[in-house]
Design a protein around this ligand. Structure first.
Ligand SMILES: NC(=O)c1ccc[n+]([C@@H]2O[C@H](COP(=O)([O-])OP(=O)(O)OC[C@H]3O[C@@H](n4cnc5c(N)ncnc54)[C@H](OP(=O)(O)O)[C@@H]3O)[C@@H](O)[C@H]2O)c1
Length: 132
């Protein structure tokens, strides 16, 4: 499967990136800073897109340019109030918008997997409900 992975420079994403490559998926990393990818990983990737996970247009461009079938999001931290504000809702919204638009344009839906811990269940977005 052609997979766009967001958050590949993070704790979970870097491990998932290696696991996807080991399982012979074609993996494209979506990162803010490619120099933060683990040493040796860049050579094993099918491509790297630079962008902001809060911008649907950046994600959609990466999906369509690389003809991805799936998006895995590990970007963003699911900090729960009152300890901190999470940017995960904005990231989930952007990923969902990008997946819906790219799926409509290519005529078949993409698979999307979100990682965010239990608090992701509280993200209020109608689009996520449509995805269900
Ligand atoms: N670690 C755990 O044990 C654990 C357990 C359960 C659930 N989770 C959930 O898994 C997710 C990832 O956790 P983690 O521990 O891997 O976090 P992390 O190490 O802080 O990694 C976060 C990743 O998100 C990227 N990111 C953040 N904002 C971005 C943006 N606007 N655009 C593009 N990339 C962005 C970061 O990129 P930069 O390198 O550029 O900052 C980094 O690659 C979180 O939602 C967390 O709640 C984690």
């Amino acid at each position: 499967m052609r997979v766009l992975l967001l958050g590949g420079t993070g704790n979970v994403g870097s491990r998932l990136l290696s696991a996807l490559i080991q399982r012979e998926h074609t993996v494209f990393a979506f990162v803010r800073d490619p120099s933060k990818l683990a040493p040796g990983v860049q050579d094993k990737l099918a491509g790297i897109s630079i962008g902001d996970a809060k911008k649907a247009a950046d994600i959609k461009a990466a999906v369509t340019q690389n003809r991805c079938d799936a998006i895995v999001n590990t970007a963003g931290l699911a900090a729960m109030a009152p300890w901190g504000k999470s940017d995960l809702p904005d990231i989930v919204e952007a990923v969902t918008t990008a997946a819906l638009e790219a799926g409509q344009e290519r005529g078949s839906p993409l698979r999307v997997w979100y990682l965010g811990g239990q608090s992701i269940l509280d993200i209020p977005t109608k689009k996520c409900m449509i995805m269900d």
